[in-house]
Design a protein around this ligand. Structure first.
Ligand SMILES: *[C@@H]1O[C@H](CO)[C@@H](O)[C@H](O)[C@H]1NC(C)=O
Ligand SMILES: *[C@@H]1O[C@H](CO)[C@@H](O)[C@H](O)[C@H]1NC(C)=O
Ligand SMILES: *[C@@H]1O[C@H](CO)[C@@H](O)[C@H](O)[C@H]1NC(C)=O
Ligand SMILES: *[C@@H]1O[C@H](CO)[C@@H](O)[C@H](O)[C@H]1NC(C)=O
Length: 735
């Protein structure tokens, strides 16, 4: 049985029932019918007018008809849980003040058995949990004063257009949990004053345009637990007075933003438990009176995008909780929410909340972040910053760091500002897309890849054929949206295979891959071998660096480059660097001048290509390495963060993955607990070298594919600003 109380809570929010005021029953000295209880009880009218009501309670007595000789003063008559299937006006004779009649949980199968000709003062009729299956025209006659009608939990399959004729004073109608398959606008013509309509829990999957048009006085509408998949633009038109609407537990996959725009007075909106994946830009915009919004219990929700909520000047409370896959809230997701006081984000998959998000909410007073896999690094640093305006943490005692390992299980509030790094690696949340996806030919597939980091990372995707697609670009059936979603339209077996998302910033990179199977075809990870010309090539050799290039005609998520000199005694270690998916070139730096090197690219266990090169002899003047203090400082931070990756192996350059999947690199080393200036890494020397190369790898060449590139300007500017020495002499493109 559905939890009706849940819906009621919301109704009461604005109807202002003084439920806190508890007044106890008083004795009522009257000749009471056998087995019934007669008392004076507190009573509220549907409009919250309080009365002391003479009440006769005959619940649970196996009655098949009304008791005789009811006291004439009876105001409330309760006959709940009996076996009554018919009632006659004569049985209520003399009850001039009968205001509430409760016939719930009885055996009525037809309203024609409710033979009431006139009870003008009756305000409230309870017929819930009977066996009504049909309401004929004028089903409730003789009740011109009725304000509340409860018909929930019956078997109503159809209701005649004129069923509610004669109920022009009705304020509340409860039709939830029946078997209605449609909503007929004509029902409502007879109900001009209706304020509350509960019609959830019916298998209605479509709301017709203008379905509620006659209900200009309606204040609360509950459409919970229906099969709603979408809502047309005009579905809610005419509900000028609506303040509260619930779509709890439907099948909506997107926010019905056009329909919601037709509700000028909306204050409370419940979209909980719908399979919405993304809250997109403009989904909640210019809703001038919205006060509370709920986006809870969404299994599919992964991301709250840029400007998802914009210009909601009265929004005070936002609840986005219990969404097991929600890992990303864009730093600028909230715009112009000047009244927002309470932000509930607990029990999601959030690793961080950007300080910009907090700064964009000038009235914020409290925040709830507990039960999230919080990464205590630069992104959550604002929590400990002293200059920060005081925001109250809800349940600070259970708001823990889950990363990095040194801070694990510490309370976020208790980790000092200084203990957290001021820049951090991108981290793609593990749950954003699955490692394996099965689709049918012709389908549309959307894979969402999001990463938060400082500086803001850029995201690209690599297709099974090695094609690199940056954000805001499209190629063939592919499109990559600004925030990192890869869309494949009309998928065919051609597109089956291994896809990798890469998120990178100056500090490092994270990758995550998915195998897409189309109609059972799974090309998996292609393991081709080098053929003819598809080889590692030396594009340029200088004194201290060499540019290498190779074609990428398939996606290799775990490629590695290694190099070794056979000449210098001072440097006889084998160096190696991990190559990000979709990369086709590498600047091998810090080489010894006039030295012979052997460089190999490893794409798989049996898939290695090597070249020999000799660096140029040094020119007349002795070059000193260009290491200014600033460069050193930056480099040490890079080293620290990249070391985490190198030490642990795996597909990530972050610290999140434990245990390596790169058998060639099982090094282990421990991380320093603090990041302050220069870091002493407890790693073998050669590793530091290779990590430096990893850092440089970030600047590597991009495949200029025939794509409509209008790449994300902010991130491009960002990386250019930080990389004055831009990559020149890019290797030849091949797509
Ligand atoms: C009905 O209520 C009115 C007003 O409260 C009261 O004066 C009258 O006596 C009541 N009638 C009966 C039969 O109790
Ligand atoms: C290093 O290797 C290259 C290529 O195999 C070879 O020509 C060269 O003589 C070697 N140098 C030394 C010092 O062994
Ligand atoms: C690599 O080559 C060896 C020896 O030829 C072979 O046994 C092994 O199966 C190959 N591995 C892969 C992944 O192709
Ligand atoms: C390779 O790296 C060196 C040293 O950092 C740099 O001077 C050079 O410009 C780089 N070359 C390219 C093509 O990026």
């Amino acid at each position: 049985m559905r939890k009706d109380t849940m819906f009621l809570v919301q109704t009461h929010l604005f109807l202002g029932v003084a439920s806190a005021l508890v007044i106890h029953s008083m004795p009522w000295k009257v000749a009471c019918p056998h087995q019934c209880i007669c008392q004076i009880k507190p009573w509220y009218s549907p409009q919250s007018v309080y009365r002391e009501a003479p009440t006769v309670d005959c619940n649970d007595l196996l009655l098949t008809q009304l008791p005789s000789s009811l006291p004439p003063e009876t105001h409330t008559l309760r006959l709940q849980s009996n076996l009554i299937s018919a009632l006659d006006q004569s049985e209520l004779q003399g009850l001039a003040n009968l205001t509430e009649l409760d016939l719930s949980q009885n055996s009525f199968s037809n309203t024609r058995h409710l033979r009431i000709s006139s009870i003008p003062v009756l305000l409230s009729l309870h017929m819930e949990e009977n066996q009504l299956h049909h309401l004929p025209d004028s089903a409730f006659t003789g009740l011109p004063g009725l304000q509340e009608l409860y018909l929930n939990h019956n078997r109503l399959k159809n209701i005649s257009p004129g069923a509610f004729k004669g109920l022009e004073n009705l304020l509340r109608l409860h039709l939830n949990s029946n078997r209605l398959v449609g909503i007929d606008r004509r029902w409502f013509h007879a109900l001009p004053r209706l304020e509350v309509l509960m019609i959830g829990g019916n298998p209605v999957d479509v709301i017709q345009d203008l379905n509620f048009k006659p209900l200009g006085s309606l204040r609360s509408l509950v459409l919970a637990g229906m099969g709603l998949r979408e809502l047309s633009e005009r579905a809610l038109e005419g509900l000028h007075s609506l303040e509260s609407i619930s779509f709890y537990d439907n099948h909506l996959t997107t926010v019905p933003k056009e329909a919601l725009q037709k509700l000028p007075g909306l204050k409370f909106l419940d979209l909980n438990k719908n399979p919405i994946q993304l809250v997109r830009q403009g989904d909640f915009r210019n809703m001038m009176h919205l006060k509370e919004l709920g986006l809870n219990n969404m299994e599919e929700l992964v991301s709250i995008e840029h400007s998802a909520m914009e210009n909601l000047p009265e929004l005070t409370k936002l609840e986005i909780t219990n969404n097991p896959r929600l890992s990303y809230i864009h730093p600028q997701a909230f715009q112009h929410l000047s009244s927002m006081e309470s932000l509930m984000l607990n029990s999601n998959a959030l690793s961080a909340l950007h300080r910009e998000t907090i700064h964009s909410l000038p009235s914020l007073q409290e925040i709830s972040l507990h039960t999230n896999p919080i990464r205590c690094d630069c992104l959550i640093r604002w929590v400990g910053a002293e200059a920060e305006k005081p925001v109250r943490f809800i349940e600070p005692q259970s708001t823990f760091c889950s990363e990095p390992p040194e801070l694990k299980a510490r309370k976020v509030k208790e980790v000092s500002f200084r203990e957290m790094a001021d820049s951090c690696l991108p981290l793609i949340a593990p749950g954003t897309f699955p490692p394996f996806k099965q689709v049918r030919q012709g389908e549309h597939l959307a894979l969402h890849c999001r990463a938060l980091a400082e500086p803001e990372p850029s995201i690209y995707w690599v297709t099974p054929k090695g094609l690199r697609l940056s954000t805001s670009s499209s190629y063939g059936p592919y499109q990559v949206l600004t925030e990192g979603t890869l869309e494949i339209f009309g998928i065919t077996a051609e597109e089956a295979g291994f896809y990798t998302c890469v998120a990178q910033n100056l500090v490092g990179a994270d990758t995550q891959s998915v195998t897409v199977q189309v109609d059972g075809v799974d090309k998996g990870q292609v393991s081709s071998t080098w053929q003819g010309k598809d080889k590692l090539e030396v594009k340029d050799v200088r004194e201290r660096y060499a540019i290498l290039a190779w074609p990428a005609n398939y996606n290799v998520p775990s490629a590695r480059l290694s190099w070794l000199t056979n000449e210098s005694l001072a440097d006889h270690h084998k160096h190696s660097a991990r190559i990000l998916a979709g990369t086709q070139g590498f600047n091998l730096t810090r080489l010894q001048p006039g030295t012979h090197y052997r460089v190999c690219l490893h794409l798989g266990p049996n898939d290695t290509s090597c070249v020999h090169l000799r660096t140029k002899e040094i020119a007349v003047t002795v070059a000193t390495p260009d290491l200014t203090p600033a460069v050193l400082l930056a480099a040490s931070a890079l080293l620290f963060l990249l070391a985490a990756k190198a030490c642990q192996g795996g597909t990530s350059l972050g610290w999140k993955r434990q245990g390596g999947e790169d058998p060639l690199k099982p090094q282990a080393c421990s991380l320093p607990a603090e990041v302050k200036g220069h870091v002493a890494l407890v790693c073998p020397q050669q590793q530091q070298q290779s990590q430096m190369h990893q850092a440089q790898m970030q600047q590597q060449t991009e495949t200029q594919c025939p794509t409509k590139e209008s790449s994300d300007s902010s991130s491009t500017e960002n990386s250019d600003a930080q990389h004055p020495q831009n990559v020149q002499g890019r290797p030849a493109e091949s797509c």
